[in-house]
Ligand binder design. Structure first.
Ligand code: PZK
Length: 305
């Protein structure tokens, strides 16, 4: 897919690493909508912090359909920003028309298992984002209960910095900080309750919230709405449950073939060189596509059409 393709009736507003944001144009005034956005998931894939030259066919469709399914599984926990899946034919299945929100300026991360930057922080301080943890945890350990480990929203290319809960509260106010913390944990818990039966562990997840000014809550404040995509392999670490073994780096459900090939001698790529990774061979692309479809079908019980 073209990184930011022309979509008649829509103005391109932003390019993410693997997704694109558009705003509908009002046909009578020619103005871009102030209350709607079109979120488009491309087939781009990242690995080792690079956007690869190879795309994974249907990845954007699979992740969009998975996210829509999760939104439905979460409606008793929180309303979401989805307005419609009626979108231009060129982006059918991979785009969603959403309500434009005032985004909460914090990355809301929940962790059920310890790995990645959370593990690094734990090894330094026995805590993550100010949350104290028991001794003896290792890479891949199940945490005693899911924790909220927020971070700053850094511009593209820069790295997010961990925040304490007190820092979040100072930025967005204590009532909203408590609300997004509790929601992040509830979403991750519900996700793992559902995924557990289906061979997938959700190690951690990043969720995005926004305020809906048109929808005041019981106290008259703008209500908090779940935005972006939710519980996809791009927003969450998916681990194959059967291979889970704390004490080592876990296999990635979706990207393991990509990582193994890129770091094998046959790829000719040296991760420490700073060079961009080479294009993926067709069999790695196809095996990776099959993993995204397998995750969708295992979780939803539906066939990916
Ligand atoms: C919003 N992003 C991230 C997503 C990208 C970038 N409902 C909303 N209202 C206002 N803003 C956003 C959303 C949502 N979702 C999301 N940035 C702003 C993002 C997809 C593609 F390029």
């Amino acid at each position: 897919m073209n990184p930011s393709m022309e979509l008649p009736g829509y103005a391109h507003v932003y390019s993410g690493k693997v997704r694109e944001l558009y705003a509908p144009i009002d046909p009578s005034t020619g103005a871009t909508s102030a209350d709607q956005l079109l979120l488009v998931a491309t087939d781009r894939i990242s690995a080792f912090d690079f956007i690869l030259d190879s795309e994974i066919p249907d990845k954007g469709k699979v992740l969009t359909q998975l996210s829509l399914w999760w939104f439905e599984q979460l409606t008793d926990i929180i309303p979401n920003h989805v307005i419609s899946t009626e979108v231009p034919e060129a982006v059918a299945g991979r785009a969603v028309l959403v309500k434009r929100l005032d985004m909460v300026p914090v990355e809301c991360i929940g962790r059920a298992y310890l790995t990645g930057s959370g593990l690094a922080e734990y090894r330094q301080s026995s805590s993550v984002c100010g949350v104290p943890l028991p001794a003896g945890l290792t890479d891949g350990s199940l945490l005693p209960s899911p924790i909220f480990t927020p971070s700053t929203k850094a511009p593209i290319g820069e790295h997010d910095q961990p925040m304490t809960f007190a820092e979040v509260a100072a930025e967005i106010g204590m009532p909203v900080a408590e609300r997004v913390r509790d929601l992040t944990i509830a979403i991750l818990k519900r996700g793992n309750e559902i995924a557990a039966d289906r061979g997938i562990l959700l190690a951690d997840t990043k969720v995005e919230f926004g305020f809906d000014r048109s929808r005041p809550d019981v106290d008259g404040n703008p209500s908090v709405v779940l935005a972006d995509e939710v519980l996809t392999p791009d927003s969450s670490r998916f681990w194959p449950a059967a291979a889970w073994q704390p004490g080592r780096a876990q296999d990635s459900y979706d990207k393991q073939f990509v990582r193994d090939w890129l770091t094998s001698s046959v790829s000719g790529w040296d991760r420490s060189s700073g060079d961009v990774p080479p294009a993926l061979p067709d069999d790695i692309v196809e095996a990776t596509r099959a993993k995204y479809i397998e995750a969708f079908e295992s979780l939803t019980g539906q066939t990916f059409a």
